[in-house]
Design a protein around this ligand. Sequence first.
Ligand code: ADP
Length: 200
Amino acid sequence: MTNIHPETRRFLDRAAKEKLLGQRGIVLWLYGLSGSGKSTIANEAERALHSDGRLTVILDGDNLRTGLNSNLGFSDDDRTENVRRVAETAKLLAGQAMIVFVSVITPMRRHRSMAGEIIGPDFHEVYIKADFETCAGRDPKGLYAKAREGKIGQFTGRDSGFEEPGEAALVLDTRARSVAQCAADLLGYWRSVADGHRRD
Ligand code: ADP
């Protein structure tokens, strides 16, 4: 590390990019069980912002596991490293003025705290709430059926823990609210935390 000298002054700064895009960088970190609705809600919210002329990106856990995180499994250590890499990536992108949606299970409170520590004030945690039975009933990827057959080890909520948040910035209850309502609630939250995120 002693021979590494990060550039802090010569590169174009964040403010220049935020001015170019007319938006502020932010990370909306969506977490919850598999099948809770993270990707569905991120997709819906991203499309609405895109239509409104905003530059957005979704960092999706499953997609990243086919590339950047393809060497990681689901052990405790690998889950921690998965979250660390996604958090570092989200931080880089928010620093380039992007509106970043993260869609990653992020099962334990310590994972969420680590992401918050890495990202800093741009980090906003959003709990996508759906209990195990609800997610098993939806089973959009067929994973709960496979887990029942013993074909998946370390399945979140079954063999591997998931901690509900003590206090999340925002909770989207997907049993009580439709996809459209959850996306609208997320965008309402985004507007409320981001006065500076508005294009003037
Ligand atoms: P995750 O990304 O959390 O693994 P997905 O978004 O892939 O979950 O799948 C969630 C499933 O739940 C989808 O089939 C979606 O249509 C369904 N669903 C039902 N109600 C809701 C809701 N209110 N919000 C999000 N998804 C919902």
